[in-house]
Design a protein around this ligand. Sequence first.
Ligand code: CTP
Ligand code: MN
Length: 654
Amino acid sequence: MNIIDRATIDKIMSAANIVEVVQEFVTLRKSGVNYKGLCPFHNEKTPSFFVSPTRGICHCFSCGKGGNAVTFLMEHEQMTYPEALKWLARKYHIEVKEKELTDEERQAESTRESMFIVNEWASGYFQRLLHEHEDGQAVGLQYFRSRGIRDDIIRKFCLGYDLPSRDALPQEAIKKGYKEEFLVKTGLCYKRDSDGRLNDRFAGRVIFPWFSVSGKIVAFGGRLLDSRTKGVQLKYVNSPDSEIYHKERELYGIYQAKRAIAKENCVYMVEGYTDVIAMHQAGIENVVANSGTALSYEQIRMLHRFTPNIVLLYDGDEAGIHAALRGTDMLLSEGMNIKVLLFPDGDDPDSFSRKHTTEEFRQYIDGHQTDFIQFKTDVLLTGVTDPIKRSEAISSIVRSISVIGDQIIRATYIHDCSQRLGIQESTLISSMNKFIRQQRADRRQAAEREQEAEERRQEEALAQQTAAPARPAAPVQRDHRQEVEMMIVRLIVRYGERNITVKDEDDCPVTLPVAEYIDSDMAADDLHFQLPVYEKIRQEAVAQSADKDWTAENWFLHHHDVDISKTAAELSVERVRLTKSLQKDVDEETLRERVIHLMADFRLDYVENRMKEIKQSLNGVTDADTMRSLMEEFSRMQIIRNALARQLGNNIIV
Ligand code: CTP
Ligand code: MN
């Protein structure tokens, strides 16, 4: 099912700027002609993720992931192909003509996409109620305004309102053609126990939608309107985890904050929805909330892609201080620099901002950040005299210092602590070293366990392979053949349009494009690539090479068939890294030799495999005619093999 037409796809592909696209998710810095940043696909502390604007592709030299703008989005945002195209179309203001979906097509749409569509609709519904419905205005809008939230901020965060009736939303949704299945899967509704009818989860609440980092609505939070709810259990109701929402992977406000975070090179971490909103209202936009739970590694890594600097904002009461201490070793061990900012008198950013002017609020935030280790020292040691408690506290501080990856920062903190606590530096260091040794041992053990698991997996895979019916070629040979195929296809992708001059059957020189030569050479012996995608590339290349203006690499890298563009990106990446070799392109003679050599290698492989197959078949043959024809073929193959081997021997490429 292709709901976007080819012309539009091509338009989107050529408009998509890989640097701009990747930059929505990863902070990039210029590095020569390319850009680099921390890889979003794996956890790393030094950047190995490269983006090449000229090639329109990105690639991680550590984990190998990457691709063009579309495949990057598919991989990174877990989008489907049409989702990624539509995302780009929106970004580049390209109109996508979609046909009205039929019932069948609607069904065929992936579950995830349907869930996003339902959430998108619901958010619009909640906003319309807030701004246009009489009750919404009187109750919901009034509530937000009474809390001092400006209308532009209400719009910016797409805040909404839901009517008190538990039936209104499901009825409206079903009427509009949204399926019960997705109303339940997104958690907007749940089924009533008594009669199985749908109930609206958020009825009678004001609504805070959660956006993913790419701006899709993944969940909602709904707050009771009653202002006397401090401490009430269900003050907030949130969407349950679902196929599109994993609480520990999302951060409230990240979509509205990401640009500011990268720009300011710092993120403020607050507890609640209203704190995020209050900060934006004061003009501080690099802020996210974790909704009162501990930070997860996923959330920390998401933030680390934008900045290594985090400031924790909490109210200054017991609970706030505890929250500030929780999970901080995780942040430190992920290489984040932490500062802490406490508000006085149990205020949170929201309540504090309402008691002060914007200017005072901003000044307070700028002026009251303390270094995390200092903060921890103050909190744990001020006024504590009991020697056992003191020793526990010091131990906890030293442990925090020990997880910091940077040796110099560790040494600085130890020095500081020694001065402030009046404890010898050497004592602190030996205590810290104990922690470091312990952590290393833990990591080693974890790595060993992982290694063992990996070996077991490989053994199982191997056992399955050998249990399977005998295949014509053993695994080792298949690998070699795949390698050769890969190198040939790489030549097609990189140099498909380049002309080379070779001799034809009558020994006359002919000049033709690399793509055509490879194809005709294979066709002469009815040879094929094993991988279907390689065959697709071969056929495309022949068809296109007739066009004078065709450049293979560009064509394949931005191909509308994701299979092809992804493969092309993999085959092309070497050049992104070796920028030097980019300038020095291969000359015709080298290219010709490479092509001819690889084709001979390919054929040799084929011939040797065929010979093995024939030998095997001969074992079971009783019929004399079959036997003879097999023997004949075998000796033909022998002659070809010897010729090829000679050719390869004389024609070694570097
Ligand atoms: N929270 C929640 N469920 C609750 C209470 C809190 O999910 N029952 C989350 C919400 O994301 C909330 C955050 O924890 O924003 C912080 O809680 P709290 O400080 O109680 O809420 P505030 O954001 O300050 O909300 P309000 O000022 O409206 O009371
Ligand atoms: Mn509050």
